[in-house]
Design a protein around this ligand. Structure first.
Ligand SMILES: Cc1cc2nc3c(=O)[nH]c(=O)nc-3n(C[C@H](O)[C@H](O)[C@H](O)COP(=O)(O)OP(=O)(O)OC[C@H]3O[C@@H](n4cnc5c(N)ncnc54)[C@H](O)[C@@H]3O)c2cc1C
Length: 405
């Protein structure tokens, strides 16, 4: 009996050791962060650069060009910058992240992203350590035990901005100095790098020339062939791109008069994610806003409905089942819904580059003839997730673009 208990303690201790060590790695990868980025270097490149896409990655790369007085423009398909970063200030008394919301990496990553040296963080963050959560399998609602939440937080320590949003962070620290160089409503449809100069054509027929190009569109857009490359990309690269899962999905925020829900409800799905969560969690907020995030196969069920109103009704019905009609009774009628999976210039939600094989990442990061370079969330080589990965990849790829001989 004694030996059995000692064995159990040993197994438990080594498991905790592995979990806190290895799994924290997947969330933080702090040790993988670069010591310095292109923001700390100087370049004297004399050519003209065009960046395709004004998301977090394209804006970050532009910041380096701006600092070094290099000639460049950013061609952005839509009429706004930020890409999958967006904020809403109309629904609640605090700004809501309509796209990226959590900082999955260690807080120090924010300093790396803005080029600040040292460990002191300027941003006020909320540790995303949930107190009460539940699970829902479509029929049964079960409260999760507290140890599970404590364990999850140790396992995936995350945070959120207390008063601001991801969009604000990138706007203030990156976009501010480069936004005057964005040409909006310029969806690039062709990149011809067969000659000395690279010719970019937009859907509206405009033509631009550059010496080097940095493409930062999502993997969904690249896979869709909305941008044609001349010469074409090689088969190996195309195969890797096509094998990357970029789930469809959407995000909803609904306002209620009563907070009848817990911090989060995790719903059972085959793949991707589906869950309700308190968007106002530990924010300075009086408004009750419940978020809903759905990605993967389950998304189709909602896409098959005819309108946003039908999606909202279906979500209310599901919540009513869990909470005895309280959702419909306290729903204000106000919501926001952002359908990232069907945005023609996003075509999905997110990918995790650290799940790709190193050999595949290497190929995805190879330039085409040292003329066309790639950056963005899927090109991240620092094993971060989402926005940090996109920004750091922007710095990494622009460094390569400016120094490749
Ligand atoms: C619902 C949702 C929740 C998320 N949650 C988180 C989170 O909590 N934390 C986190 O870190 N990350 C999260 N992410 C992922 C994060 O938003 C992305 O990793 C990051 O914003 C990607 O930045 P990017 O610059 O690589 O790409 P994008 O943001 O996609 O930027 C690409 C830009 O290129 C433009 N573009 C596309 N096609 C063309 C074209 N043909 N010509 C010109 N321009 C074009 C697009 O309009 C866009 O502005 C989330 C994403 C979604 C959708």
């Amino acid at each position: 009996m004694k030996i059995y208990s000692v064995l159990l303690v040993l197994i438990f201790t080594s498991l905790s050791f592995c979990l806190s060590g290895c799994f924290k790695w997947s969330a933080r990868a702090e040790s993988k962060l670069p010591k310095e980025t292109a923001l700390h270097k100087t370049y004297n490149y004399g050519g003209k650069v065009i960046i395709v896409g004004a998301g977090a990655s394209g804006l970050a790369a532009a910041k380096v060009l701006e600092q070094n007085n290099i000639e460049y423009i950013i061609l952005e398909a839509t009429n706004r910058y930020g890409g999958r970063l967006k904020k809403d200030t109309s629904l609640a008394d605090f700004p809501i992240d309509v796209g990226a919301e959590w900082l999955h990496s260690a807080p120090i990553t924010l300093n790396k992203m803005k080029g600040k040296l040292g460990d002191e963080i300027d941003e006020e963050l909320i540790p995303y350590h949930l107190d009460n959560t539940a699970s829902w399998d479509g029929e049964e609602y079960t409260e999760d035990p507290h140890w599970q939440n404590n364990f999850m937080y140790k396992f995936l320590p995350e945070s959120k901005f207390k008063k601001t949003t991801w969009y604000d962070f990138v706007d203030e620290n990156i976009a501010k100095t480069v936004k005057h160089k964005i040409q909006f409503s310029s969806p690039v449809s062709a990149i011809d790098y067969s000659g000395n100069n690279i010719i970019l054509t937009t859907k509206n027929g405009n033509r631009f020339e550059a010496d080097r190009v940095l493409v930062t569109v999502s993997i969904g857009v690249l896979k869709s062939n909305r941008i044609t490359f001349k010469p074409e990309m090689n088969e190996e690269r195309k195969q890797i791109m096509n094998s990357i899962i970029f789930h469809p999905g959407f995000k909803v925020a609904m306002k209620f008069s009563e907070k009848f829900y817990p911090d989060a409800i995790n719903c059972k799905v085959e793949n991707g994610e589906k869950g309700f969560y308190d968007i106002a969690f530990k924010k300075d907020a009086q408004t009750n806003v419940l978020g809903f995030l759905c990605t993967g196969n389950e998304t189709q069920k909602y896409y098959d409905l005819n309108s946003e109103q039908e999606i909202i009704s279906s979500l209310l019905q599901e919540l009513d089942q869990m909470f005895n009609g309280k959702a419909t009774a306290s729903y204000s009628g106000e919501y926001i819904l952002e359908n990232w999976g069907q945005h023609q210039f996003t075509m999905g939600t997110w990918t995790q580059a650290f799940q790709q094989k190193n050999s595949e990442l290497k190929i995805l990061n190879q330039p085409l003839d040292k003329k066309v370079y790639f950056a963005g969330e899927i090109n991240d080589t620092y094993q971060q997730m989402g926005v940090p990965g996109a920004v750091l990849s922007g710095y990494h790829s622009i460094d390569k673009l400016l120094t490749d001989k």
